[in-house]
Write a protein that binds this ligand. Structure first.
Ligand code: SF4
Length: 391
């Protein structure tokens, strides 16, 4: 089966206050060394897969450069990575090739490099069309820069554009969220991602919120109920505009769902390169995952990959908590056939509980999250971990 390829570029022009990724602002020399390391890892992908106990197809049908801000690389560095990829993998003509881009960072030379590299999809980290909201979390762009980037991308032939939005940013109100949604819909893009602000110890804003402080505009963060309302409004308005929800955080016009991200939710093989990059491949003993370190120092020092075998029990758990992210849900009959285990039997009680509490609904052999279940998805997913009995 053709693989998906993820490349992590963990460099940014500045660090957004809400960001909980392993990304940051680093010196040029560090970036150059990193690109060399990623290219070397791409070139030794076959022996790496063998050493991990599996195999990897040369055929690939999606590439995703994220991070981080891949457009902080020089055009030459970006092209070096693509040259290494094309040397090791056969990309079919329908391959989806996505690059994440911070609005305002798309220099003409970089746009030309993207085109030469065959990039046909760009994901713009807009987060808000209201300039004051974007500035409050450290984003360096304005609404005007976003519109200008979209016009330039389209003029260059890249029409498959995603807009990322965040519900729950400091200073966001019902009216300002309405504005961001209206601008997104008016932009006519085929794909939109809507995330709710994550509050955890891994971001500066998250830590400040947990501490109850006021730095990073933390005291202007809307409450949880308002953020949930913003999310529900996005679901309704985007769907009403023909951008249908197909995953908890993702919306697309027909046929424009992200091929790459669908691999994660449907457990198809993928391989990641760079910092904190994850892979899942098949081997003679079943599926296994492996990942690189999430510390740049350790990664550059050549710390070993960490390998995790996926037992048949874990494969079943993953099928549910990943598959339920999709609006179409999980087809119990198909899961049983694919994994050779009676999914209905194993999860019968859990499914009945979640249905009766209004978190799940069933249609024929498919189970899927209800709108209430989507808001409490993490709690639902926990119910599928640690099965009562091993299949
Ligand atoms: S641009 Fe993206 S990856 Fe970089 S700091 Fe901001 S949120 Fe994080």
């Amino acid at each position: 089966m053709a693989v998906g390829i993820y490349i992590s570029i963990p460099f940014c022009r500045s660090k957004c206050s809400y960001c909980n990724f392993a990304s940051g602002v680093f010196a040029r020399e560090m970036v150059a060394g990193y690109v060399e390391r990623v290219c070397a890892d791409i070139r030794r992908v076959q022996p790496t897969a063998s050493a991990m106990g599996g195999m990897i197809e040369r055929k690939a049908n999606s590439i995703y450069l994220g991070g981080g801000t891949p457009t902080t690389l020089t055009p030459e560095q970006l092209e070096r990575i693509f040259a290494a990829l094309r040397q090791e993998f056969e990309l079919n003509s329908a391959a989806e090739i996505t690059v994440e881009c911070a609005p305002g960072s798309l220099a003409p030379a970089m746009l030309e490099a993207l085109l030469r590299a065959g990039v046909n999809r760009v994901s713009l980290g807009v987060q808000s069309f209201v300039d004051a909201e974007a500035a409050a979390v450290g984003r360096l762009h304005t609404r005007a820069a976003v519109l200008s980037d979209m016009a330039r991308l389209r003029a260059a032939g890249i029409t498959n554009i995603n807009i990322d939005l965040i519900a729950g940013l400091p200073h966001q109100t019902a009216a300002s969220w309405h504005t961001s949604l209206a601008e997104t819909i008016a932009a006519g893009v085929p794909h939109v991602s809507v995330y709710m602000l994550e509050v955890d110890e891994d971001s500066r804003l998250g830590r400040e919120l947990i501490a109850g402080g006021t730095r990073y505009h933390a005291h202007f963060v809307p409450d949880e109920d308002s953020t949930a309302d913003f999310y529900l409004e996005a679901c309704a308005r985007l769907s009403g505009a023909g951008i249908a929800q197909y995953e908890i955080s993702n919306f697309a016009r027909p046929g424009r769902e992200s091929k790459h991200n669908l691999k994660y939710w449907t457990r198809q093989p993928y391989v990641g390169f760079g910092l904190d990059a994850h892979s899942m491949l098949e081997g003679p003993g079943g599926a296994f995952r492996f990942s690189t370190p999430d510390s740049l120092e350790e990664f550059m020092a050549g710390a070993p990959l960490s390998r995790t075998p996926v037992s048949s029990r874990e494969a079943l758990e993953e099928t549910f908590f990943l598959g339920l992210r999709l609006t179409r849900g999980v087809d119990l009959k198909a899961v049983s056939a694919r994994l050779g285990v009676d999914a209905k039997g194993v999860f019968g009680e859990t499914l009945r509980d979640l249905e009766s509490s209004g978190m799940l609904e069933r249609e024929g052999d498919a189970v899927r999250l209800t709108p209430a279940g989507r808001l409490l998805s993490n709690e639902v997913f926990e119910r599928f971990v640690a099965l009562p009995s091993t299949p």
